[in-house]
Design a protein around this ligand. Sequence first.
Ligand SMILES: Cc1ncc(COP(=O)(O)O)c(C=O)c1O
Length: 395
Amino acid sequence: MIYLDNAATSWPKPERVYIAADKALREFSGNAGRSGHRLSMAAGRAIEETRLLLARLFNVPNPKNICFTLNATDALNLAIKGILRPGDHVIAGSMEHNSVARPLEALRAIGVECTKVNVLPAAGTEYTTEPNAVRNAIRSALRPNTKLAVFNHVSNVTGAENPIGEIGALCREQGIPLLVDAAQSAGTKPVDVQKLNIDLLAFPGHKGLFGPQGTGGLYIREGLILSPLREGGTGSRSEELTQPPSGPDRYESGTMNAAGIAALGEGVRFILEQGIEKIEEHEAALSSRLIRGLQEIPGIKIYGPPPGPHRSGVVSVTPENIECAEAELILDDSFGIAVRAGLHCAPDAHRLLGTLASGGTIRISIGYLNTEADIDNCIEALRSIVTDVTSGFLS
Ligand SMILES: Cc1ncc(COP(=O)(O)O)c(C=O)c1O
């Protein structure tokens, strides 16, 4: 199997991730933070170790400002619903995933207003998003009751990178917390919450960070206190009926996914050892190779920025002569290649790209463990499918 669906979830994982999950389940599956015995203490230590490694990766000054969540969606819901109240206004990017768009839509019912700022550049523009244009659009969207800005770092449909540094500087100047959806950049691009002025960083554990599904997290800048999504047992301040006032305990009620988090820690350790720049370079080289190869196939339209520093390993295409969903099935059945066809849970992005009504795109998403041979095989498979349809061999 050639796996090119890493934007959905990464596979395979580095071997040490599997070993860590197995070891955690067998050897230290006590309930972290609840008891004083060695199994509970070991589980607690594994969780704190992963927090430390994540803090190192994202340059978070205090690891206690990272809380674990189920996935990126859970982290985004916590950040959005933890801040916004009736009467508030929020500014969001125009290419957001439903994990942002749907919570914002749900909050509309209780009187939260949202302005979506266009981050899609004019066709043919070299930069993914012109920083000045986005800055100006944010400035004109600002209101006295604007309480949050939320933007993805990288689009899960086009692979386009948003100018988060510029957006962060503006938000900081205006005193508005910036929430960044790092679902497509955590573990694949440098993310420095201090340098980029990020107040809230939502990330999945199971994509670029190589952790298992069921892991993710939210960084919350020191001093920002959110309403928790759920209350419950934390193993701390148990005599009080109210939720702990701060720290990860405030947001981490219930038994933790210790084995998943321990395995995630090994994924992060692998990334730190490899170096994020090397990972970014490898994915950029493969995505350039993919785009150049696809450009030579007649009838394939490629979306997103050209090869270069402002894109990720996510490449979306539409073939002219075959439905995306059918091509996806043929790629799997006949070539053993896994990609994803459809809307990728981002209908707003497809509305802007003009691919909503036609059912979306084929998304080819590269991971650090992919090789040049994987890319060449995918290009040849798509060429063969498109040629067979044209010649009437496939109908
Ligand atoms: C940009 C973006 N945001 C959020 C998510 C949600 O991530 P998760 O599946 O971890 O909840 C995804 C998932 O594909 C994504 O691509």
